[in-house]
Design a protein around this ligand. Structure first.
Ligand SMILES: Cc1ncc(COP(=O)(O)O)c(C=O)c1O
Length: 404
């Protein structure tokens, strides 16, 4: 008789976005005349730029001609895209990463969820608290996290690294040494970053202890300050301890188009086994390659015009971010993020919990954000607003908050 993977049964319900959706729908039904502004979900709102659209169109045309038609893409990605990524994101920054160390995929969500498969289920993971939930939930599915404690919202076998106002929302090196360390900078949900020196400490720690860092740099394009590393490979020794995840979603607006990549240096070995080889095997067995048309669009992101247009998109969202950040500061809120990331992390006022503040904002300002407690216990009493809305809506939402 078939049996299910009962690790799935341990997962608590995904209450966060469904609860938000239900509350907003109920409020909207009762108040049809109110204009609700949604600054909750991390999805982009601006269209793909002209250079990307043109690349998509011409790749579609190639598919209509027997001479230029393409079938299955190479499992690991087309050479033209892997090379563009290696040259622009790594070599141009002085990092020693080659095209054959890039694995093209359909996005960082899948990669961040799938990467744990190449590690033993005995490995102990460490995550930031608050955290992008995919890292934890996929390890739960794999049976790596122990038991769930509903009172704390924590798993018994996971090392949590609190990110609080006291440590500037950047975790401390854990005292119990993890085997796998998930880091995400610029961070979702807090919008925090680390300096290069600080990231170097993590790389040194991982190399010393034989840990592997899974570094999610999905928001790299939003870095505006000097001394914030754009890739973990800017750090000495990262080739022997770090895997990096990247996405085209947030820089080029590919959330619906789907494209990302993982970098695994060939020097990265665990017990003498190359993780590059394991991931190549996994990718080749379970994945049939990102579509040709989409990879051509990804290549166009690295063209001179593509880079300009992408910078324009990022600037658009960052204008929203600074409007939110400054507006809320003026209104007396305690806020952070929003400088190197499209997320603003604010402290709920007057001792409110994250959900109390959610309800308060929804009903008084008709603005939707995300309760920080949904990302982990250290997120309690915090709230995330995103800069991915339209400028007009962002301005209106902030002005409403200021008037409260
Ligand atoms: C930290 C982080 N990593 C990965 C992703 C997913 O990116 P993609 O659209 O490439 O799957 C997100 C999306 O919100 C994210 O916040």
């Amino acid at each position: 008789m078939a049996k299910v993977n009962d690790n799935y049964l341990k997962l608590p319900g995904s209450y966060l976005f469904s609860t938000i959706g239900k509350k907003v729908a109920a409020y909207a039904a009762e108040n049809p005349d109110k204009k609700i502004i949604r600054l909750g979900i991390g999805d982009v709102t601006q269209p793909l730029t002209p250079t990307i659209i043109q690349a998509l169109h011409s790749a579609v045309d190639e598919m209509a001609d027997a001479e230029t038609f393409r079938g299955y893409a190479p499992d690991l990605g087309y050479e033209f895209l892997r090379k563009a990524i290696a040259d622009n994101d790594y070599v141009a920054r002085g990092c020693d990463i080659a095209a054959d160390e890039i694995f093209v995929s359909d996005g960082a969500k899948c990669d961040s969820g799938n990467i744990q498969e190449i590690f033993s289920t005995d490995n102990k993971i460490a995550v930031c608290d608050p955290v992008y939930p995919v890292y934890v939930d996929t390890n739960v599915m794999a049976g790596r996290t122990g038991e769930y404690d509903p009172a704390t919202g924590n798993w018994s076998d996971v090392i949590y690294m609190p990110c609080t106002a006291e440590n500037g929302f950047a975790p401390e090196l854990p005292k119990t040494v993890p085997d796998i360390i998930y880091l995400c900078f610029p961070n979702n949900p807090t919008g925090a970053t680390v300096t290069k020196d600080r990231l170097q400490e993590w790389v040194d720690y991982a190399n010393k202890n034989g840990s592997v860092i899974i570094y999610d740099a999905a928001y790299e394009a939003y870095i505006s300050e000097e001394n914030v590393p754009h890739t973990i490979y800017e750090c000495e020794g990262a080739r022997t301890c770090a895997i990096e995840l990247r996405s085209f979603s947030k820089n080029a607006g590919f959330t619906g188009v789907r494209l990302g990549f993982t970098v695994i240096p060939k020097d990265l070995k665990v017990d003498g086994v190359s993780l590059h080889s394991l991931w190549a095997r996994r990718h080749g067995t379970k994945y049939n390659g990102a579509p040709y048309i989409i990879q051509r669009a990804g290549e166009a992101v690295y063209s001179e015009q593509g880079k300009k247009e992408t910078a324009g998109l990022v600037a658009y969202y960052m204008k929203n971010a600074s409007y939110i950040l400054n507006g809320l500061k003026d209104a007396g809120y305690t806020v952070s993020g929003g400088v190197n990331a499209p997320y603003i992390w604010l402290k709920a006022p007057n001792g409110m919990t994250s959900w109390e503040f959610f309800d308060y904002l929804l009903t008084t300002a008709n603005v939707v954000g995300t309760p920080g407690s949904g990302f982990g216990p250290s997120g309690e009493t915090y709230f995330r607003l995103t800069a991915f809305g339209s400028y007009e809506n962002t301005v209106e939402a902030v002005d409403r908050l200021k008037r409260l």
